[in-house]
Design a binder for this molecule. Sequence first.
Ligand SMILES: [Zn+2]
Length: 81
Amino acid sequence: MAEEHTTTPFDAEITELLRCTRCNLRYAAGKSTSSLKLTYCSFLCELGDLGFSMQGLEHMERAASEPATEADETPEPVAVD
Ligand SMILES: [Zn+2]
């Protein structure tokens, strides 16, 4: 008996396996937790390979672009004798 080959349009997308650039694992792009779904199987591999995560970088850039609020200095109390 030959193996039945059934394909649905949905399966085609989900079962499209990629090979992780870092750990060489085969994974489904849709299940990757990495921002670079087509390159890494998970954000851990992304993090390990790049040294940072794209999400973390995005967050850092956003934080850096925020204006620093350091004009709220309280003056030192002056001792009056
Ligand atoms: Zn991996």
